[in-house]
Design a protein. Sequence first.
Length: 145
Amino acid sequence: MSELFKKYREQIAYLFFGVVTTIVSFGSHILFVNLGISLFVTGILAWILAVSVAFVTNRLWVFESQADTPKEVLKEAVSFFASRGLLGGFEVIAIPLISDYVISGVIFSTPGIDARVIVSVLVVAGNYFISKFWIFKGETHEKVS
């Protein structure tokens, strides 16, 4: 079991912290919708909170970044937020569209959550590959031969 964990540490950590980030995203979505904020603005606010959590956890514990100067960390942060911005833009636009035109159901008494689930699956996969092969490339510590 220990060898499997070592072999898949990065993926396990990404999934674990992805769940944490998703809880932040969904939790803030529910909070903002219940405060009467539109789905569009809710999407932006939930995205900012979730991406901030994702950057810290991905940098420190998933990909174990070795960047240590302010310039290197800033470069990672800009790249991370820019890449997330592309998929975040997709998410912000897709959730209301899917909610209004594809799925009109309400889950947990909160409009848009069903659409958020669908979009989140696509966004999570895209985020992993962008982080692994662009932002934190070559900086992981895979110690299993």
